[in-house]
Ligand binder design. Structure first.
Ligand SMILES: Cc1cc2nc3c(=O)[nH]c(=O)nc-3n(C[C@H](O)[C@H](O)[C@H](O)COP(=O)(O)OP(=O)(O)OC[C@H]3O[C@@H](n4cnc5c(N)ncnc54)[C@H](O)[C@@H]3O)c2cc1C
Length: 292
């Protein structure tokens, strides 16, 4: 299937290989999206695969001061079993824990989920609720950190240059007292891949269980992974009662862009699911934040 396969062990080695210009190249991590895309003609056949799954800098999960660093080549299975992420990023653990089956989760990575840029990637949506930043390293020049929400330009499209830049990892704030997150999704009963609708929420509870701060992400709710800023604004500073929930549902229904997809669900069914998922993620996250 391929002429040359390079397994990089360090970021500098990976970036050096990325600099080889006389070959068509593809970065590969777990290959669970890429190999299917190549077989089905959605991605050109490269003559060099750059495998980044063993790059040390991209394999780490660690606490850096007040932030969690999550390497792009960490697999979903490793995320599920990370004590640090179970404490500080429950929505990511829940989202990644539902991806595919055990075989997929053992090889597929969080960086691959994000770089594939589907509007409903489960890892992507959960990282958005944590307001994650993403570390992009070019083959030459300075690396940069960007808000994750800014790197998506359309379905399957990213703003960084896949031919000359690598997604190295993510960072997001650790969970403090009164904060928690949750993820939930609805799949077709026989489904193993993309959700009919998924949603993640992060909340910070203030005095008297007021929602001091909140972030909500969901997909597919437009051409890019979606952050529900207007719904967040409606909930901020309010007690989470039935009036606040009804207002949030109305605003959310107005700001998402749902559509009918041939293989998964109708627009109308997705509309019905919006309040169900919103209730689920907010109740779970608020419940966890109160206990914490
Ligand atoms: C059976 C099955 C079930 C699945 N179920 C789900 C599901 O439930 N939910 C879900 O969200 N997804 C699902 N997926 C999709 C897929 O498993 C995930 O998106 C996975 O996280 C992709 O990671 P990967 O390491 O395999 O990426 P790869 O396939 O290796 O790469 C994907 C794309 O990202 C690029 N890339 C990868 N890593 C980097 C990097 N570090 N820097 C720059 N570019 C990079 C590659 O060049 C490629 O374009 C499923 C796939 C299969 C086959």
């Amino acid at each position: 299937m391929v002429e040359k396969y390079v397994i990089a062990k360090s970021l500098s080695e990976a970036l050096e290989t990325l600099g080889i210009e006389d070959r068509s190249m593809a970065v590969i991590a777990g290959g669970s999206d890429l190999l299917i895309d190549i077989r089905q003609g959605r991605h050109p056949q490269p003559d060099l695969f750059l495998d980044i799954s063993e790059v040390e800098e991209m394999r780490q999960i660690r606490l850096d001061g007040n932030e969690i660093y999550l390497g792009g080549a960490v697999t979903h299975q490793e995320i599920v079993h990370s004590d640090l992420l179970n404490k500080h990023a429950q929505c990511v653990v829940e989202g990644c824990g539902l991806i595919g089956g055990p075989q997929v989760r053992n090889v597929a990575t969080i960086g691959g989920n994000v770089a594939h840029a589907l509007p409903a990637g489960d890892g992507t949506i959960s990282l958005l609720a944590l307001d994650a930043k993403v570390h992009i390293a070019p083959r030459s020049g300075d690396p940069r950190w960007e808000p994750l929400i800014d790197i998506f330009s359309g379905p399957g499209k990213v703003t960084f240059d896949r031919a000359s830049e690598l997604l190295v990892g993510f960072r997001f704030s650790k969970i403090n007292e009164g904060e928690a997150s949750a993820f939930h999704r609805v799949m077709r009963p026989q489904g193993v891949a993309i959700a009919i609708l998924n949603m993640a929420a992060w909340v910070k509870i203030g005095s008297g269980t007021t929602i001091a701060d909140v972030r909500i992400a969901c997909g597919p709710a437009g051409p890019r992974p979606f952050r529900a800023y207007q719904t967040e604004a409606v909930l901020k500073g309010k007690l989470f009662d039935s009036i606040a929930f009804e207002q949030a549902c109305q605003v959310l229904a107005g700001e998402v862009s749902l559509r009918t997809s041939k293989h998964r669900a109708t627009k109308e069914y997705r509309e019905q699911l919006l309040p169900v998922l919103l209730r689920e993620v907010l109740d779970t996250a608020i419940g966890r934040a109160i206990i914490r």
